[in-house]
Design a protein around this ligand. Structure first.
Ligand SMILES: Cc1ncc(COP(=O)(O)O)c(C=O)c1O
Length: 406
């Protein structure tokens, strides 16, 4: 149970001091997931590049950087954050389907490990950026391996027909082109099949296809150094990540002994269990047969339930009365889709009581917005049995309009 990382007494103290809604993270839980990966992949010695999109808050990224991990970034903003958090530039990779010329130049000036390009036109933009900077851009291509990861359609990315990557035949042409260019250096190949993938089988399938393709490339004189298997390993809401040993076995079975450096881009599996969203109960009400708990956190703070139908376990903090019954925890935002949990089995909450929404460390704060002009939540990191620190202050009304002019 994740509650072992988040003691009720400490949560109460944090809420009293910082207010709600607040994202609360556990350093111990974050490092535990990192350790689980390290252990499972020990024999393979991969480069782990933490996928910052899952949670790009500086203090959490700094934890991953201090463990020797690299970063997978998908925008100039994430690259900026990665450098600020202390990731070594030579361990940063740049993914994403629509990088701008400016972002590519920024990446090259920063000396990152490689760019995962996703189209012919992006390869040409990267070449132009490198020519302008009089350098050679380390290039990897994101290849669409046409593998079904059996996950939610919004987070399934490795099937032909998705906007991601290039098919193998196009990749072959692009590598041959890059090999001839004075401003491109083909160094790697990547796939990322999706997120919340609970079986190693689609990875094995994609890795097998990639390895065969890399052999074909080698026979044409293009020898790559990095095989990047992306992220996406699953983590069930309410628990820690599932054992990645089968993933290590699948990838080791294909790439082990080839001399290729394996790269992995885990995000959710590291960050999700390490965070919860702490809110307070504002009001209780009934609507037909439904029992509603109106909390002070909303879909602008945590959009996953509304966007993906994600089911985050929720629990009342502190003594509760009455019998457990299915209740919907909803927020103040003017949308029927604004719920944090539906039919959560909860005892009777009191007004002002704290409620914790677990498994919110990934794609929680990083996807949050100011919708309904709600200042974004504060973020806190629990650093020891009774110690914690504020790692991002709550936004103010002034923050809402700081970039505007009338
Ligand atoms: C290219 C790439 N790498 C890594 C990830 C991280 O996936 P996850 O958070 O499921 O591990 C994503 C997620 O969308 C991605 O698009």
């Amino acid at each position: 149970m994740l509650s072992k990382y988040f003691k009720a007494a400490l949560l109460r103290k944090i809420a009293d001091k910082v207010g709600t809604p607040t994202y609360v993270y556990s350093k111990a839980a974050f490092l535990k997931q990192i350790g689980t990966y390290e252990k499972a992949f020990k024999g393979l010695g991969p480069l782990f590049c933490y996928a910052m999109k899952a949670n790009s808050t500086g203090a959490l990224c700094a934890l991953a950087a201090a463990e020797g991990w690299g970063a997978d970034v998908v925008s100039g903003g994430e690259l900026y954050r990665a450098l600020r958090a202390g990731f070594e530039p030579g361990k940063i990779i740049f993914s994403g389907v629509g990088k701008t010329q400016e972002e590519l130049e920024y990446a090259l000036r920063s000396g990152i490990l490689f760019v995962n390009a996703e189209s012919r036109e992006e390869v040409l933009a990267l070449e132009r950026a490198a020519a302008k900077l009089k350098t050679r851009a380390p290039l990897s291509l994101r290849i669409n391996p046409d593998v079904d990861p059996h996950t939610h359609r919004f987070i399934s990315t490795g099937l032909l027909g998705s906007k991601f990557g290039v098919p193998f035949d196009e990749a072959l042409r692009l590598y041959m082109y890059a090999a001839e260019s004075p401003h491109l250096e083909p160094v790697g190949a990547q796939f990322h099949i999706g997120s919340q993938v609970f079986s190693a089988r689609p990875y094995a399938l994609a890795a097998g296809r990639l390895a065969a393709f890399m052999l074909k490339l080698a026979s044409r004189g293009v020898n790559l150094r990095y095989a990047d298997a992306g992220g996406g390993w699953g983590v069930k809401e309410g628990g820690e990540m599932q054992d990645p040993a089968p993933l290590a076995a699948a990838l080791g079975g294909v790439f082990g002994g080839t001399g290729l450096k394996l790269v992995l881009e885990p995000g959710r599996s590291v960050a999700a269990p390490a965070g919860l969203l702490l809110a307070r109960v504002l009001y209780r009400k009934k609507g037909g047969k439904k029992d509603f708990v109106v909390a002070d956190a909303a879909m602008n703070d945590l959009v996953r339930p509304a966007l993906y139908g994600a089911r985050h376990p929720a629990a009342l903090i502190g003594p509760a009365r009455g019998a457990a019954a299915p209740r919907d925890i909803v927020g103040p935002v003017c949308e029927s889709g604004d719920f944090l949990a539906q039919d959560a089995l909860l005892r009777e909450p009191a007004q002002g009581q704290l409620v914790a929404v677990y498994s919110a460390g990934a794609y929680g704060f990083s996807m949050s917005s100011q919708y309904n002009s709600r200042p974004r939540a504060a973020e806190v990191l629990i650093t020891g049995p009774s110690s914690w620190k504020l790692i991002r202050r709550r936004e103010t009304y002034e923050d809402l309009v700081a970039a505007e002019t009338l």
